[in-house]
Structures are given as structure tokens and as C-alpha cells.
Design a protein around this ligand. Sequence first.
Ligand SMILES: Cc1cc2nc3c(=O)[nH]c(=O)nc-3n(C[C@H](O)[C@H](O)[C@H](O)COP(=O)(O)OP(=O)(O)OC[C@H]3O[C@@H](n4cnc5c(N)ncnc54)[C@H](O)[C@@H]3O)c2cc1C
Length: 465
Amino acid sequence: MSESFLASLKRDFPADFLSQKPADLEKYGKDWTKVYAPKPSIVVFPRNTDEVVRLVKLCAQNHMPLVPSGGRTGLSGGAVAANGEVVLSFEKMNQMGPVDVLAQTVRVQAGAVTEAVHQHCAPHGLTWPIDFASKGSSHVGGNIATNAGGVKVIHYGMTRNWVLGLQVVTMNGEVLELNGSLEKNNTGADLRQLFIGSEGTLGIVTEAILKLTRVPRQLDVFFFAVDDMSSVLKLFLEARRAPFTLMAFETLTHNCLEAVQDHLKLKSPFTQKYGAYVLMEVERPDSENAQTVLDQWLEGLFEKGFVHDGTLAQSPREARDLWSLREGTPESIYHRGLLHKNDISLPISSLEAFVRDMTEMYASQHSGLEVYLFGHIGDGNLHVNTLKPAEMDREVFLAQCVEADRALYEIIRKYHGSISAEHGIGLLKKKWLDYTRAPAEIALLKSLKQVFDPMNLLNPGKIFD
Ligand SMILES: Cc1cc2nc3c(=O)[nH]c(=O)nc-3n(C[C@H](O)[C@H](O)[C@H](O)COP(=O)(O)OP(=O)(O)OC[C@H]3O[C@@H](n4cnc5c(N)ncnc54)[C@H](O)[C@@H]3O)c2cc1C
């Protein structure tokens, strides 16, 4: 970083705009992946769009690369700054405007924390339905840049569906107001959608108009025990046909449940071990006989014989405890040792065959690796994690994971799935991008990057080189 660039930053921005403290460089230069050593030159904390515009222009003049950084909960290294970049933290851009109850929208700055948006809208009976375990830290800007999914996608869809308007600062310092708060606007290609999911490589999201929906009525949370993925999918079919609204349909294998029990000291609802579990959340039917409807459905389900046990939360606290069994899974297996993660998706109709092939592949080619499987099964999204065996050397494990990934991605390709369902590509998955995106597509994506960021200064090296 040149002295003149630093002097301009100090001269043109407020005193608390930047930090070069080693602790800040370490903290803001990385994300949750924790596998890349952070090495930014500086961290800056704008408070408004004007400061972002002035910063971008200064960076462009000085050829300084910029990494947008939200809550740093990303799991693909998208917000990592490992090469002397400027980290643009949105921590101080967290203002939220008034909730428009008629239009059911709210305008927020990119650094608004996901859960804070929920709390801001709840008194109006409204919510922004992007919901997952990291919502207490992740930012709206990060959610938009990753097109985040989560535990309610089966009902609400991805973040993309819940963004009406975007304010984006481009690398030439222009401020784009895309779509405003319009529900309908068929005036050519929708640029807003290009920025959603582009992992901060095409433009900087500074504000967003979020689309809201009503807070659901009473939610019932079930936890079921079954044998295997085939039974999980049978249960899914029953749930899809049921007389209630399915809000979440999540699964985990027994070793995931054990990890949560060990780490979070939570109890399994069951006395026996089973092959797989399903957490299901439903919105109670809006009728007086809702309880009878649920009871009848449950009775019919158990009569079919493939669900071995099940429990229905009797209080909000019990519901939270059941959710913790699923949401505590990533953190709990992470505590068991060195973990290799995959976040993949398949067409739902191919899930059973895929899991069969995948299980066979690990058993025959990588039997030393223990697979922890959990995920948003109702969306065809599985988190496939492997843990380093205690006796295995770290380097041997990492090399074996590369081989196992290659075999896994071949199976994904066979079933027309995706190597990254919701965590993005970032640094972590870029060498595998062509398992899901065709060469012609990648060439077009590279041309787009050239249009929006000809000097390759915005989050360089993410998604592709
Ligand atoms: C325990 C845990 C559970 C999780 N569960 C889920 C889940 O269920 N579903 C899911 O989808 N994800 C999940 N994640 C991943 C992560 O929380 C999401 O990807 C989230 O959307 C990232 O938001 P963030 O603010 O932390 O972004 P960051 O990690 O800070 O950044 C992510 C990407 O967005 C870019 N970016 C950030 N802000 C901006 C901006 N204003 N403008 C342009 N680009 C920007 C960054 O450069 C980076 O490329 C989970 C993570 C953890 C740790």
C-alpha cells in the first residue's frame, strides 16, 4: 500500500474510518472457513454510500484491490483478504429504515445483521424469511452477495426471492439504484439479479429494499427417527402430501446427533440409536380442528411402518431444543477435529440414487474417512462432511479429501447436481467450478467480470482467477 494512498484515506475520511491494528487485520481479513491466513493492508469502516463511492474511486486511482466483508460467516473464503487488499467492512453501515407495512418492505444498509432485521420487523407481524444458524452475525449484504439459503428455503426460496431493490456501487464509482421497490418491472434484463449471488465480485451492495412476509402462525416442530435416506425421502413425500404447510425439512445422521450430544450436552429425544433423523417444522392449519388434523396425520404416518419413533415439541422451549439438535450440528462436528466440508445439491428425484453411489464410493475408496451427513434435504441440499481420523496425518487427510472430492463431484455431475448449493465458490471451491458450470457459461461469467470490473480490483481471485 502506497504512502500517498494511506495519506489520502487519513485526510479524506473520518478519524475512525480505518484501522491497521494487527488484531483488526487478523479479524477482518478472514471468514468462517479459517483455512486462509489473513493478510489485508488495512480495514475501513464506511458509514454511508457516499463514503463507499469515495473509497472505490480512491482504490481505483491507486490500483488497490478491495474485499467487501459482511459478518464473515461465509464458508467458502469469499470475504478472505490474503494479499494486501483493503477490507471494506460494513459493520458501521447497519441502519434500518421504517417498515412499510402496506408494501411489506424495509430499506436497510448492507451491514444490517440478519437477525436484527427480523427483530426490527417482528412488531409489525412481518419478517424477512432468511433464516439460519449464523443469522446473529451475518449481514444482509453478505446474504445477498451469497444468495443465502437456510432452513426455510423449502417454503420461502432463496434470498434472491426476498430482495426487491438494490443499491450497488460499481468499481467506477457509480451508484446504481436497481428496481426500487417495484414488484413488477419488465423493462429488460434484471441487473439486480446479476449482483445477487455474485460474491462481491461485480459490485458493492450498499443498501437493499427487502421484501417481507407475515410471521407464520403457530409452528409445530417434529423430530423423527428412521433407518436411512430412503426412509427420509419416503417421509418427505408424506410431508408434502400432508394437510399443513411445510416450513422446514432437515435431516442428520446418527453421528451428527452424537456430536451435538457430546458438544452441546443436549439429549436425544430417543433412547435408541437410528440411522437418520428428520426435523420437520410445519405451520399449523388455520382451523379449529388443527390438532385433530395433525394427530390423524401422525397416526397414519406411523401405521406405514418406516418411521420408528417421533416426538412433537410441546412448548417453544422444546421446539428450540429440537432445532438445536439440527442447527448445533455444524458447530459440534467442527469440535470433533479437522473437518472437510462439502455443501452440495441434487435434483430431489436423484437424491436416493446419489446417496447410494456416494456411500458406496466412500466405503470402497475412502473407508478411513467418517462421513457426517446433514442438510436441508427438502431442497436437495446435503452437507457432506468428513472428519480426520485421529491417527491420520493432517497432510495425508487433506490429500485424501481432494481425491474424495473429485470422486464425489463426478457423482454430482452424473446426477446434474451442484458442487455448491448455498455457500458459494469463493476461494475454496473455485478449482471445481467446471463440475457444475459449462465452459461456455464460465467464459460468459468472465466477460461479465471484465465489464463490471475491468481492472480486476473487486474481490479478485474469488469464484475464478
Ligand atoms: C454456523 C453457520 C451456519 C450457516 N448456515 C447457512 C445456511 O443454512 N445457509 C446458507 O446459505 N449459508 C449458511 N452459512 C454461511 C453464511 O452464513 C452465509 O453465506 C451468509 O449469507 C454470509 O453472510 P456474511 O455477512 O457473513 O458474509 P461474509 O462471509 O462476510 O461474505 C460473504 C461474501 O459476500 C461478499 N460480501 C459481503 N458483504 C457484501 C456487500 N455488502 N456487497 C458485496 N459483497 C459482499 C463477501 O466479499 C464474500 O464474498 C452458515 C454459516 C455458519 C457459520
